[in-house]
Structure formats: structure tokens, C-alpha cells
Design a protein around this ligand. Sequence first.
Ligand SMILES: *[C@@H]1O[C@H](CO)[C@@H](O)[C@H](O)[C@H]1NC(C)=O
Ligand SMILES: *[C@@H]1O[C@H](CO)[C@@H](O)[C@H](O)[C@H]1NC(C)=O
Ligand SMILES: *[C@@H]1O[C@H](CO)[C@@H](O)[C@H](O)[C@H]1NC(C)=O
Length: 449
Amino acid sequence: MALVKMMMIAIALLFTFTFSVAAEEALVSRIAFGSCANQTSPQPIWDAIVDFKPQVFIWLGDNIYGDIRRPFKLFGNERTIGPWKNVPRFVPSSEDEMQSKYNIAKTNHGYTRLRHIAKVIGTWDDHDYGLNDAGKEFKLKDTNQRLMLDFLDEPHDSPRRKQAGVYASYTFGPEGRRIKVILLDTRYHRDPLRSDGTILGDAQWTWLNKELNGPPSEITIIASSIQVVSNLSACTGPLFYMESWGRFPRERKRLFNLISNSKRDGVFFISGDVHFGEITRYDCATAYPLYDITSSGLTQAVEKVIPSFLHFVLRFLAWVTPTTMRVINNNTCKHRSCTYGQPNFGAIQVNWDANPVKLRFEVRGVSGEAVNSVTTSLPELEASKKRKPDIIKGKQQYCSLEVDLPWLVRHRLAILFTFSVAVVIVVQVGVLYMAISLMVKCLRKCKLD
Ligand SMILES: *[C@@H]1O[C@H](CO)[C@@H](O)[C@H](O)[C@H]1NC(C)=O
Ligand SMILES: *[C@@H]1O[C@H](CO)[C@@H](O)[C@H](O)[C@H]1NC(C)=O
Ligand SMILES: *[C@@H]1O[C@H](CO)[C@@H](O)[C@H](O)[C@H]1NC(C)=O
């Protein structure tokens, strides 16, 4: 009898042991992410990503360029720009075309290597949603949701295939060392730009509230296709505008309040979309700094669209454009502006064994070199920690909004642009005037002769 009891206890113990080992999730300490990958372009960046040995890779959107882009044309039958344009510059692809673009992306050799070593998850942005800058009005969104989830190997019975939008969450790692990744869908429910309406829509807000107030995690990464912290448009308008949470100020405030009220520590953002990399932080939204690490793109990058001898002009303009949130870290930034306009990916490293736990955020280039980085620690992302505000020239750093900059500073880029155009016009008029007066002089002289 005693023997049977002992054997039963032993079996029970064995069961509990194997069960808890199985439940013990593998520790995650290396995460890579990226956005904006043209499937028909060479994609050498995957080698650098594979070399980083991420355990998880996160797609942040524009995972393929699904829509069709017509060339810039001022004249002719199909005019895509100017007040006289008669056709849209971007048109959606058919389902077959989308599928074949996904096939090209998925069979890319480098990406295939990555899929073998890392768990790949992700969300979408406009071009893989199906149309440049599109929101909730886009007709093909359900078809494209299915194609996108197929690309990510989402199981057929996944709830993500039944809901409206591709938002999802994942938790990695054992208790005490958990990383939660929350993927937002900034497309499916989004109201028109300039409406200051919703980005996420009611159902996704309810879900996000539950996710933030649900089981704890030491680190929580909120992945948004568009930038959350930076509001570059405030300093590039009226020349040009980008999509961002900043363009929906009420929705952005709601997001920050939700994070604050959830009392969740260790939250930061990752984003893509803008075709350059940067790291920003906002210290006055919640009780601890909110970082936003932007990596864009895996192939699409601002400096690739102009010849290399003009790169210095772009870098100068990036430096001239004011910013209140960008982390200017002179030791690791490749350029003075601390933006990076060549292909790049994002890299997150967590040193769980350090005390306190250390975090390193990087933007890395095609050879795997860090071109921008920030090192912080978990206590730095805790609401209860007493911290001295970063004051420079009597002002708290990373605290004031871009729209609150003095008018002259905020519009520096537009002023520079207007001034340059004016100079070019004045020079041209001057040259023309000189040429005409020379001709007139010559004619008179010729007549006299
Ligand atoms: C993608 O790359 C191909 C080949 O280089 C090019 O023709 C096409 O215009 C690119 N698409 C975009 C959206 O950049
Ligand atoms: C961001 O900039 C836009 C354009 O200037 C402005 O309308 C918006 O209010 C700004 N958002 C925030 C949060 O400052
Ligand atoms: C970075 O360099 C700029 C200009 O050289 C300087 O004004 C700034 O204080 C430096 N920042 C840090 C954090 O060292």
C-alpha cells in the first residue's frame, strides 16, 4: 500500500515537473523589426538581420508594396500631379496580383533564412493594406487581411482571421522575464486624415484596454505602423505631411492616458513608415519616458531616391528641420541629425542578467552596424522611480510639442525652401534682364555700325 502511494506521489511529482518545464516559455532577449520592403528590389538587409540572431522578428507594415504606383506626370493623358491631375497616383492591385507579390516576398532567400531561425509576427501599413494612405473606407480590406495572414502563416482557426483588422498580442518568456508584444492595426478602422477622428476604432480600443490591464509583463512593446511620438508634420508642413498619431491629437492623448491609467511599467513603441530611422522619446505623456524606435525601411529609404552626391543635401535638411523628441546621441549617431536615410532594421536587446535589467534599442544598417542607439534600463521605464528631469537652457528635454516651438523655428524648413526658390527666381530674372539688355545694346551698336 505504502509503495503504491509512494509511486503515485512520484508520478504526480514527475507530472508537475514536466508540466511546469513545458509551461516555462523560452527566454527572449533579442528582437528585430522592420518595415517598408519592396518585394521586387534586392533585399540584402536580411543577412544583417539573420546575423543579429533575433528570436522574434516583427513586421511593421509595407511588408510588400501591393498597390500600383503611377509615375509622376504633369502632362500627357495620365496626369498624376498638379491641380489638373486626372488619374490617382496609386491604384489597388487585384487579389491575384497581391498574392503573387506576397509569393515573391515570402520566397526571398534572406527572408526564408530568417523564418527558419526566428518567430515572425507582424502588422500592416497602407501599401500592404492595399492603397497608399488608405483607411477604413478601403473596399478590399477583408480580402487583403486574409492574404496578409496567409503570408504570416496564421493558423486557419485563429481568431485573428475572424475579427475586423489584424491587431494581435503575444507574450514571450518565463514569469518574471516576460515580453509582451501588442500589434496595432492603424488602417482597418481609421477615419480620414485631417478628421481628428479615430485610428483604432471602438473594438480595438476595448481590446487594447484589456491587453494593457491584463496579466503583467516586465516589458511591453506596442507596435504601430505609423510613428507615435514624433510629429514631424508640424515642422514640415505646409511643404509636406506624413501620417502619424500626431495627426490625430485626441486619439494620441487617449493612447497615452490608457497607458498611464493601466499603471503598466516598461512600455515603449516601435514604428516604421517614414523611410528613415530615428529614436524619439516623450517624457511628459506618462510618468516615465515613452520611447518610440522607428525603423524604415528594409529596402525603401529616402537617400535611395536621389543620387549619392546629393545625400549631403538631405542630411543637411534633416538636421535643419527642428525636432523636440528625437534623441540626439552624439556617440552613436552616424549623422548629426541622428536620422538615418539608408535601408535599416530595428534591434532590441534585453540583458535579463544585468542588475538592473538593461535594454538597448538600435537602428542598424545593411552591414549590421548600429547607426543610432539608446541604452536604458527597466527602472528607467518605471512610473514609481524618482527621476531628475533633463533640463537644458531652462527647458525640460523631450517635453514640449513640436507645434509649441516658436513660429520661426517651427517653419525653418519652409522658410529655407521659400528663400531658396526666391533666390533661384531672382537669379534667373537677373540673368534674363542682363541678356536682354546686352542684346538691346548690341542691336543699337550694330545699327550704328
Ligand atoms: C520596387 O522595385 C522595383 C525594381 O527595382 C521598381 O521598379 C519599383 O518601382 C519599386 N517600387 C516601389 C514602390 O518603390
Ligand atoms: C501634429 O502636427 C499637426 C500638423 O501641424 C497638427 O495639426 C497636430 O495638432 C500636431 N499634433 C500634436 C499632438 O501636436
Ligand atoms: C551633441 O553635440 C551638439 C553639437 O555638437 C551639442 O550641442 C550637444 O550638447 C551634444 N549633446 C550631447 C548629449 O552630448
